[in-house]
Ligand binder design. Sequence first.
Ligand SMILES: Cc1cc2nc3c(=O)[nH]c(=O)nc-3n(C[C@H](O)[C@H](O)[C@H](O)COP(=O)(O)OP(=O)(O)OC[C@H]3O[C@@H](n4cnc5c(N)ncnc54)[C@H](O)[C@@H]3O)c2cc1C
Length: 200
Amino acid sequence: MYDVVIIGGGAAGIGCGITLASANNKFNWAKDKKYLILDTNNSDLEKAALYNVPSFDYGISGGSAIKQMKDQLSFFPAIEFKNDQVLSISGRRGDFTIYTSSTEYKADIIVLATGMNKFNIEGLDVEVTTHDKVMKPGKIKIEHINNRVTDGIYVAGLASGVKTMYLIAAGDGAKVACDIFEEWTGKLAVSHDSVKDAIC
Ligand SMILES: Cc1cc2nc3c(=O)[nH]c(=O)nc-3n(C[C@H](O)[C@H](O)[C@H](O)COP(=O)(O)OP(=O)(O)OC[C@H]3O[C@@H](n4cnc5c(N)ncnc54)[C@H](O)[C@@H]3O)c2cc1C
């Protein structure tokens, strides 16, 4: 059983996952939490070069940026990243079952970070509409209120209808992680490290 399963391992999914997993060694309420990202390796970043993202080298290819993000994720034992396609989801908050092309997983909470190209996961009561902040036709978003789709289901990144910039998508993922912290703690929560923790 995972506390949170994130579907989609692009900017938003990794932004969410890394924020969640970074809390484990800081707070007692987070120390035993477990997270999983499931991804089909089809991020829009794969088609991009990035010259305008302050945290990456100037002109880095999107594929190299994703590799760097996954390398950073690997420092956090609380989170796993698996290449698998989610086909359907059943259940409710606290007892979701996620069916993939190879197996199934259980989760308390689900984050949909599936991008804007399509949404074809069956079994969820979500409203899929047109993404209206992109010039290209045929792009989608999932309706939500403040990133919450329904009890136990969040949406992050381009799937939530934000503008198509890396930092906005990754930031939306981090915002959803903080929203989940707030659900767990009942108060405002972020995950920060101070300069004494720096290793480089
Ligand atoms: C050509 C191009 C150039 C760009 N250039 C820039 C730029 O210069 N600067 C900038 O800031 N932004 C740029 N972007 C935008 C940037 O790539 C996006 O804003 C960002 O990738 C969105 O992140 P996301 O996580 O919302 O979606 P994505 O990164 O698209 O990630 C969605 C992930 O969900 C996975 N997924 C979907 N369905 C399933 C499923 N059923 N099961 C498992 N996994 C699933 C997909 O495989 C994918 O990995 C560019 C985009 C393109 C296409």
